[in-house]
Design a binder for this molecule. Sequence first.
Ligand code: AMP
Ligand code: ZN
Length: 467
Amino acid sequence: MALNLFNTLSRSVQTFAPLDPHGLKVGMYCCGPTVYDYAHIGNWRTFVFADLVRRLLEFNGYQVTHVMNITDVEDKIIKRVREQATTLPLFTGQYETAFLDDLRALGCREPHQKPRATEHIPQIIALIEKLLARGIAYQAPDGSVYFSIDKYRGCGYLYGQLLKLNFDEMRAGERVKSDEYAKESIADFALWKTRVPEDGSVYWPSPFGDGRPGWHIECSAMSTSILGDTFDLHLGGEDLVFPHHEDEIAQSEGATGKPFVKFWLHGAHLLVEGKKMSKSLGNYFTLRDLQAKGYTGREVRYLLLSAHYRETFNFTLEGLAGAKSALARIDECVAKLRELAAGTVASPDAELVTAFQAALNEDLNISAAWGTVFEWVRRTNRALAENSLLVAEAASALAAWEKINAVLGIGLAAEAEAPPELTALIIERQNARKNKDFKRSDEIRDQLKAQGWVIEDSPKGQRLKKL
Ligand code: AMP
Ligand code: ZN
């Protein structure tokens, strides 16, 4: 089944095919967090979207290498390190740990590699040296190294691949040292920022003098050093299209002379009352804020996955309450199916899985995918109420749900979240009860309790719940 994705590079939906001649391996890079604070759930919308893309690729049989960098040195970080009179690793370490905790709470598969910018300084320097050698970069009088857009274009490259740029109207011809700027001020941007007193102890020696990398070159160096000069997929939020991603293309293609990335995918913003959720507007929630209100990571994940990735949507607490009840409907249905199937193994309901996959393979049509899931829940509930569902059918539906859930990653109800090592115990207890060995059955109950799980017996079987 073809997987179609909207490629920002071509502004069209294209059928995905990996660069790998065997059609198996896929390299995917998603710009990771800037660890200067807790990530807000707008940021999480982008990372959960990247996780969905990865899971869908894996579902389609690809062997994915998922790279997500940690931006642990840039302008905002240095400012805070200075303000808080701390050190770079101490400051960024706490937010990196928090980020990875949240990543797990939101049910994201851990990226295979999580390179830190500060651990790729030699690769960054090497890339800048290549650009200097090709005459596309130059050192300014203050010692900082800049990317020359004129020289780059003079070599026949296109600056403005992801979006149309009007140079006649916009090119001011000056340089920009800050990592963030708007397309109205297209300018030569900093690759290496020479050391200034405000940087404190945050600097590295280099052939161009002491200093630190610009944000854009960090991603070019980390992505190509891990995934190669050309790789399959690059993702991020839509605000990264310009300048960050355009600059990544310019640096990478300018240095290697090869195409950088085949597919660019950008996720739309999460809004609050029509405005982008952002730190600067102060209109944000972190995952922790929502957990403190009694919501779980999987409920937040469900909400973030409820809209198509290329459409903005408004975050509201009512929306989150809706996510909670939608998940409860799925959980209840799955719990009833489990009771009926009582451990029976069956092959997945192929029709259900195919319909779900077909929806997501169409540029991640999540509304159609959820439509398939909820239609299935409705049909199942009706059949259960009518007592017309066979044990084998329940088992087949459960097997299909497992496959679907491997893509959605919304986990299972608490009763099924028991670690795999407990499954053997549960089955043993089931058999003990069948054989009227209540002594063993009680022993296992106590053993499970000691591990934080309570087991409930019903005429239809056992149910495990977290204490
Ligand atoms: P940062 O940590 O600021 O570098 O941002 C991490 C990711 O979050 C980037 O891919 C941004 O594009 C993305 N992002 C920032 N704000 C939002 C938002 N309101 N909605 C969706 N993604 C966002
Ligand atoms: Zn990046």
